[in-house]
Ligand binder design. Sequence first.
Ligand SMILES: Nc1ncnc2c1ncn2[C@@H]1O[C@H](COP(=O)(O)OP(=O)(O)OP(=O)(O)O)[C@@H](O)[C@H]1O
Length: 353
Amino acid sequence: MSFLEIRGLSKDLGEFSLKEVDLDLETGTYLAVIGPTGAGKTILLECLVGFYLPEAGHILLEGEDITRCRPEHRHIGIVYQDFALLPHMDVRRNIGYGLRRRLRGETLDNRVREMAEVLRIDHLLHRAPGTLSGGEKQRVALARSLIVKPRLLLMDEPFSALDPRTRRKLRRLLRRVIKETGTTVIHVTHDLDDVWSLADEVAFLRHGQLVQSGTVQEVMQRPRRRCVADFLGINLFHGQVRDRRDGVCRIQAGEMELVSTDRAQPGEEVRVAIRPEQVILAERCEGPVSTRNVLTCNVVDIFPENGVYLVELERGGSHLSAVVTYDALQDLRLAPGSAVTALIKSTHVAIVG
Ligand SMILES: Nc1ncnc2c1ncn2[C@@H]1O[C@H](COP(=O)(O)OP(=O)(O)OP(=O)(O)O)[C@@H](O)[C@H]1O
């Protein structure tokens, strides 16, 4: 039995439906839920917290079937992108809100102060939410959710309204607090940095369906479906294993022959994933090199992206993306129509199924 078991969870909202989602989560695991906009990530969280009752399926938390439980009986916390603080209460009362019926006076005050210290907002307890910065509000929202020791903490894009520096600081703080408290988390995000720096596992949703889930390494490095690869910006090819010898497989993928250290049987149909940042570009390649994949390509297009450049290459009708810096772009004199050599280590050609 897993800590959280979601079985065949379906919710029909007319124009959109969540379709038979199955998911298992062990205690203390941090799961990131990713996927294109409108995939149903928020609706999944809202079914878990009890805002929506599913038409079919079950949610078992620590073995207890909570599918039809009222939200307040589930002991599941939720943190939203817009913080959802109570504007007429100061920070102290906001943080202590969930404990107000169980604790009073000094005991409540002490618990609030302890949690505020953990999140480094103890100097803000007297302030009204309206006077806080975005990062401060989000720390108050986290403190308010964590103080009740939820069995499960759900977060819906909690950092999206914050600037990149605040986001980085808050991620570090959150990682520490979550590990210290042993909280199990499901975090919906569009930011792949959240996935890399916080999550143990990832689930990818699309059109209301769970397409792939697994460890961060499995999903982020080895997408098994085209839609996941496209979302993550990873090259994915279909091919057939021609042979396997000397510890490597030779795979024919369209006009490209790729060499991989991963295992597969000769004749097997496989999918192969290559991360764009693991494609090295060179003007030409003369003489022997240790890299097993040396492909002469044409540059189709070049796009700036996050401070680097994405170079779209073509070889015999197959397309391959590579990432280069501005300096490399200049040094190699890359431009649409120019020829370039792509070098990929056989350890970076991942057979994903
Ligand atoms: N109450 C509702 N009735 C009908 N459709 C709804 C309802 N709530 C949400 N939807 C639709 O369901 C789809 C999924 O919404 P959801 O908010 O879960 O997507 P998401 O994956 O969280 O997207 P984003 O990444 O943009 O936040 C959307 O097309 C949305 O318009």
